[in-house]
Design a binder for this molecule. Structure first.
Ligand code: APR
Length: 307
């Protein structure tokens, strides 16, 4: 059985474990600094396995010994946003947490593939790659599946169609200037702009950009976790099952989309080796401009790490 470690057994980490355990994909290790909490959640989840008929082992720990030999490390440890905070406001608080998690997990699992969720996402994924001294294939940031799923859910609701028929592609940095590619998005092959008025479409794009903030505002004491964890589980599954699945995700660019040296949300193919390739869409001038502006913002945050 493959082994997956999830660092941070809070809302997102524990819910990721839930999705993964139910799919019987891997044995799971939950790690957190809060004493007893990862052990308690792991025990509870283990006791759900007979009911959902899944033969996976789930253990919780406050140290990293139990994580040895993991195939994938998912990093969700960190502070979540409070109302009024941007993702970038978390930079200083979360960098120390992510750095420690990367160093400790790689010491136990030197061959593992890292999937990073902690915000500010693109900068934390960059930090993980640098701190770990890893090739770009082995560090992938989760953002695009979530942002695209938010847009897909809004479109499906608006049109009264199955979410399965809605394809949306949200690229760029995981911030308020992310870039929903309306021209490439469609409902069962029919372009979105033929299904929705430009005013409705603009409203959906805007709600997508602010989708995380909308939930932070409602929850008041935390940020979204069901959809983020479902996105993590999809990435883990694509890698463990060597699916060659194309999804939007944040990866280190080496010239693709005119960018070099930053993590940035683009369509990628995921398989057993992690990042298999970056898919390049044909873009028009306004799409290129929007991505360039978003990349500029990501670069500023990455520069602020002073690595
Ligand atoms: N090592 C391990 N776990 C840690 C550490 C650490 N050094 N520091 C914090 N944690 C744990 C916390 O104890 C907490 O249980 O990380 C967990 C984070 O969980 P939540 O607070 O529930 O936050 P969550 O909603 O899961 O979001 C986690 O995802 O969306 C991003 O910006 C958000 O960075 C945040 C992350």
């Amino acid at each position: 059985m493959p082994k997956v470690t999830i660092v941070g057994a809070g809302q997102t980490g524990a819910t990721t474990a839930h999705w993964l355990a139910e799919r019987e994909l891997a044995d799971l290790v939950l790690v957190d600094i809060v004493e007893g909490m990862p052990q308690g959640k792991a025990l509870d989840l283990s006791q759900a396995m007979p009911i959902v008929e899944s033969d996976v082992r789930v253990v919780g720990s406050n140290d990293y010994e139990a994580t040895a030999g993991s195939d994938i490390i998912v990093i969700t440890a960190g502070l979540p946003r409070k109302p009024g905070m941007s993702r970038d406001d978390l930079l200083e608080a979360n960098r120390a947490i992510v750095q420690a998690a990367v160093e400790a997990t790689l010491a136990e699992s030197p061959q593992a593939i890292l999937i990073v969720l902690t915000n500010p996402l693109d900068a934390m994924a960059y930090l993980a790659m640098k701190v770990g001294g890893l090739p770009r294939e082995r560090v992938i940031g989760q953002a695009g599946i979530l942002d695209s799923a938010r847009m897909r859910s809004f479109v499906a609701l608006e049109l009264g169609v199955s979410v399965q028929n809605v394809y949306c592609y949200v690229l760029g940095g995981h911030g308020d200037d992310m870039v929903p590619l309306v021209r490439h998005s469609n409902v069962a092959g029919v372009p979105l702009d033929r299904m929705l008025s430009s005013a409705r479409l603009e409203a959906i794009v805007e709600r997508t950009r602010k989708g995380g903030g909308e939930i932070v505002g409602l929850l008041k004491t935390g940020s979204a976790f069901y959809a983020p964890s479902a996105a993590l589980a999809q990435m883990v599954e694509a890698i463990l099952r060597d699916r060659h699945l194309v999804v939007p995700a944040s990866v280190y660019l080496e010239g693709e989309y005119g960018q070099r040296g930053i993590f940035f949300g683009v369509p990628v193919q995921l398989g057993a080796s992690g990042l298999e390739k970056v898919i390049e869409y044909e873009l028009n001038d306004s799409e290129r401009e929007a991505l360039k502006a978003s990349a500029g913002r990501v670069r500023e945050t990455i520069d602020a790490l002073k690595l």
